[in-house]
Design a protein around this ligand. Structure first.
Ligand code: ZN
Length: 233
C-alpha cells in the first residue's frame, strides 16, 4: 500500500512510498484512511529536526492527526465496519512513570512514551492503518471530514482543562480570554472559549485571509498584534 514516510532526522527524506500492509501488532482494528491533518510537528519531522523510526527500522510513516473508516473491527472493539474513528497518538511508557501509571500519559515524566507518526510508532499517513481498540476514538458521523480535527481539538481541550484546574484553586469567575495566535490551534481554542461563554479576543499578525472572518463568525474579537503593541487598541 501507499504511505508517506520519512527517514527521521534526515531533512528532505519524505516521500510517497510503498510499504507493507499494517502489522497486526499495531492493533486488532483495521482502518481505511479518510483524511490526515498536517501540522507543524509533521513539517519539523520532514525537515529532519526530530522523529524516531520504530525499533529496527529506518523509516517512519508520518501522520498523527487521523480520521479513518473501520474496515475490520476485530473481535472485541465495540466498533462496526464503516464507523469513523480517530487514533490516539501517544502510548504510555513501559516502566511506567507515576503519570503513565494513572493514565495521564500526556504528562509522562520519563520521556519513554511513544507516539504514532512521531516517536517509534508508525503514523496514519498510509492507505490503511491498525489500532488497538482502546486507542480508537469513535467519531460522530455528523462531523464527516471535520472529524480530522478531533486530535488537534483534544490538545486544545487538554489545555483548557489545565487552565480551568489552575483557576479553580480559588474563587474564580473568568469573563474574558486572550488567545495569542489565529492558526488552527488558536481558532479551536477560541471556539472552546466561546462555548464556555467567555468574551474571546484573538491576537494575530495578519488582517488578510480567512482568519478575521472566522473569529468574527465565532462572535470573537479579532485584534491585530501590532495595533495592540502600539497601544492603539
Ligand atoms: Zn511515563
Amino acid at each position: 500500500m501507499k504511505a508517506i514516510t520519512v527517514e527521521p532526522t534526515k531533512a528532505g527524506s519524505a516521500r510517497f512510498d510503498d510499504v507493507p500492509e499494517p502489522d497486526i501488532q499495531n492493533g486488532s482494528v483495521l482502518v481505511e484512511a479518510v483524511a490526515v491533518g498536517v501540522c507543524g510537528t509533521d513539517v519539523e519531522i520532514a525537515d529532519g529536526k526530530y522523529g524516531w523510526p520504530p525499533p529496527g527500522q529506518t523509516r517512519l510513516v508520518l501522520g498523527h492527526e487521523s480520521l479513518g473508516r473501520v474496515l475490520d473491527p476485530g473481535p472485541a472493539s465495540g466498533l462496526k465496519r464503516g464507523d469513523l474513528v480517530a487514533g490516539i497518538v501517544r502510548r504510555p511508557d513501559p516502566v511506567p512513570c507515576p503519570n503513565c501509571a494513572v493514565g495521564e500519559w500526556d504528562m509522562c515524566c520519563n520521556g519513554q512514551y511513544t507516539e504514532r507518526g512521531i516517536k517509534q510508532r508508525h503514523g496514519f499517513m498510509s492507505e490503511r492503518w491498525r489500532i488497538e481498540p482502546e486507542y480508537a476514538v469513535k467519531v460522530d458521523p455528523a462531523l464527516g471530514i471535520l472529524g480530522v480535527l478531533l486530535e488537534p481539538m483534544s490538545v486544545v481541550t487538554k489545555a483548557w482543562e489545565q487552565v480551568l484546574a489552575v483557576g479553580r484553586r480559588a474563587f474564580w469567575e473568568p469573563k474574558t480570554v486572550l488567545v495569542t495566535g489565529a492558526g488552527p490551534i488558536g481558532l479551536l481554542g477560541a471556539l472552546l472559549g466561546r462555548q464556555l461563554g467567555l468574551e474571546v479576543h484573538v491576537l494575530a499578525r495578519t488582517q488578510t485571509g480567512p482568519k478575521p472572518e472566522l473569529v468574527r463568525a465565532l462572535a470573537g474579537l479579532y485584534r491585530l498584534r501590532q495595533l495592540v503593541l502600539d497601544g492603539v487598541i
